[in-house]
Design a protein around this ligand. Sequence first.
Ligand SMILES: Cc1cc2nc3c(=O)[nH]c(=O)nc-3n(C[C@H](O)[C@H](O)[C@H](O)COP(=O)(O)OP(=O)(O)OC[C@H]3O[C@@H](n4cnc5c(N)ncnc54)[C@H](O)[C@@H]3O)c2cc1C
Length: 405
Amino acid sequence: MRLIIIGAGFAGMYAALSAARLRDIQGVSPEELEIALVAPEPTLVVRPRLYEQKPETLTAPLLDVLNAIDVVYVQGSAESIDTKSRVVQVATAKGTRKTLSYDRLVVATGSRLFRPNIPGLAEHGFSVDQLDDAIALDRHLHSLPDRPAMNGRDTVVVAGGGFTGIEAATEMPARLRKILGKDAKPRVIIVDRNSAIAPDMGEGPRPVIEEALRKIGVETRLGAGVASLDKSGVTLSNGEHIETETVIWAAGIRAAPLTQQIPAERDNFGRLLVDRDLRVPGVAGVFATGDAARAACDDVGNYALMSCQHATRMGAFAGNNAAAELLGVPTKPYHQKGYVTCLDLGEAGALFTVGWERQVKMVGDVGKKTKQEINTVWIYPPKAERAAALASADPERVTDVTGFF
Ligand SMILES: Cc1cc2nc3c(=O)[nH]c(=O)nc-3n(C[C@H](O)[C@H](O)[C@H](O)COP(=O)(O)OP(=O)(O)OC[C@H]3O[C@@H](n4cnc5c(N)ncnc54)[C@H](O)[C@@H]3O)c2cc1C
């Protein structure tokens, strides 16, 4: 029997860990149930940190932990899935192809930034979405001191005033001063179509964010979208032109394209609709998880967000359930009651909220301490020690924040 997991992000990593955990508990050998993880690299890209400096350091190795739990790593990118004959085609960077059959499949291919067809965006826009994007932005920022200090060289425009845009923008003043010199006076501007910053955060946390932006001098242009980009800068839908050499696109996210190969229903973000066991209804043997899936978290109408917090726990349930079906033991319906948000606000600290209504619990330096702990400890893979790694993937315990706050 073979269980294939596609994707080595938070969801894929925990799917592998928890499938291996259940196999171990059931006393089944890796020969009887092979668990294989397909991904271009055997590393976890710590996406929630990609707005930070030194992005090239923001990965964690996975090979040792996969070896420790007897999960087979298959290097490559899944190119096609044939759900009728239960076969995945994997392409390697060297151009070779491998065909793998599966008994159960977990699609954990995550998400990607959606770049609309705005003139100049493809040529001139940067982002902090994937590792390569963040490295390209960082290189560009480090090249700024070699350019003439004019034409908006020290101005950064961030398109999108949601979570990612705010984190990228609030980190930027200190990051630019490090690069341009402490006397530099960088300008950072967030542009968003909505009339309020952080449209999803709600009324409670918004004043904290607005105060933080004021404190560190991040400007906003609200109620106006980006109309076009060119070498000289960005033009907004209200006609304003902002001179800049750095535009960071942080508006809109979609499930990775592989999900389109599963013949099933998807939402507006391209996420596969899944049942409570994270199974894709109507497609035998296929589960979807993390940013690739739209799943109910509870019975009162909350759905998992495209977030690390949800991806990690959804991964653990999907891996467990896919293995459970093969091992003939009951599946566990995914549920996630606790929900917190922790938004980095650069030199203004961080904002920590609890619950779906986002009740503010921590701000400033106290919030920042928690954010740093989340970003440097909580979201990293477990150590490559078999027993501890397997124990870390108990689906009932993974990112269960209910007891913490
Ligand atoms: C700048 C930034 C800040 C963020 N901040 C937060 C935050 O504060 N809190 C929070 O909870 N979330 C945050 N997020 C969101 C979070 O990073 C994602 O929700 C999370 O990474 C989703 O995990 P995942 O495993 O579903 O997908 P991903 O982490 O995207 O992993 C997908 C994996 O699938 C692989 N893959 C894709 N296609 C294929 C293929 N065809 N074949 C093989 N492998 C494939 C990829 O290489 C990767 O290994 C942030 C994201 C960004 C970009």
